[in-house]
Design a binder for this molecule. Sequence first.
Ligand code: PMP
Length: 416
Amino acid sequence: MEVLEKKRQINYGEGINRDDFPILLETIRNHPVVYFDNAATTQKPKQVIDALVKYYEHDNANVHRAIHQLGERATAGFEKARNKVAEFINAHSDKEIIFTRGTTEAINLVATSWGRKFVESGDEIILSEMEHHSNLIPWQLLAKERGAHLRFIPFKEDGTIDYNEFIKLMNKNTKLIAITHMSNVFGTINPFKKIIRTAHDWGVPVLLDAAQSVPHLPVDVQQLDCDFLAFSGHKMLGPTGIGVLYAKTQLLENMDPYQGGGEMINTVWLEKATWNEIPHKFEAGTPNIAGAIGLAEAIDYLQDLTMETLTLYEQDITTYALEKMMALDGITIYGQAPERGGVVSFNLENVHPHDLAHFLDQHGIAVRAGHHCAQPIMRKLEIASTTRASFYFYNTYEEIDYFIDKLQEAAKFFAF
Ligand code: PMP
């Protein structure tokens, strides 16, 4: 089989060191953990864990305001992290990188700061039907407040969005397009290049929800020419509570602050204030300093491995998994996009996803079951939930084989 041939060519050991991940040595119910819930969050290498400990043991202080050594070290680490993120996604300048709590907060920031200023009654925002709730609810809130309308690009049976329908939705009232770069349910990598080009022809900015793409694919914001891009550190080996909003300088300059407080101001009077420069204008209060430093370490780790190696390996392991899964009796796989990442949503006939996830957990396999924060997708597919296996570069072909065995056992166990 072609995939098995490739398996021999891409040696798992090459550049990928599973021993860096202490948690992967854990046993769950007497079995080494098989962690297939990477779309929810990834595991952390000891380099990232050590960076957090090192920061708290040696450099901890508040950033930007302190006139002492520790404050200088903390500030240097935090700003170096910003520079690392900028370089990783090829932003034009560090000023275009705003640290947030994650993708969710980054999108809320745009909906609040950009949306409240520029979206008016009768305006339209185009989303797709396959958005995570994080890229849906902030726009629902904004649309309600401003009297704007949401329009949705439909997805087709194979889990790809319909570009032709997107074209039909564009009109003079369109104010923004906000779509997922890679679906957390179907694994689809959306035709964002064409979408961005078309949007810009209309003078409309594009936000990419990159929560699932930045951790798995090389992403170059200048090449993409997207206007906003949001992602989370915890899905790419980094700590929880840290994420990024990238936005073009001009947009950030024209936006109002997101939250008020310390750090985001320049001069303050009792009745008024002026704002700090970007990106600080959008970072009120003490930021997640350790989180940013941990994220920078995660990026170092990914860059050492190279995103190209990671992508190639993940594509291969996903093809391997998909081929084996498709051969199983009674399985439905949701999403068959030609361009896809390592997220596989499926159902086994007559087995409830929660029962299946529980059964797999009995054998040390961590998968997710539910609506994956995408209830509109489930509604359109006329199902309540799916089971989802999602891979990262530290997963192995042997783990996939074991998972397939257990799926077969589950099918027999629940057969009636
Ligand atoms: N968008 C997508 C496509 C996601 O997969 C997720 C996380 N499941 C989010 C947004 C939200 O990310 P976070 O919870 O880290 O803010």
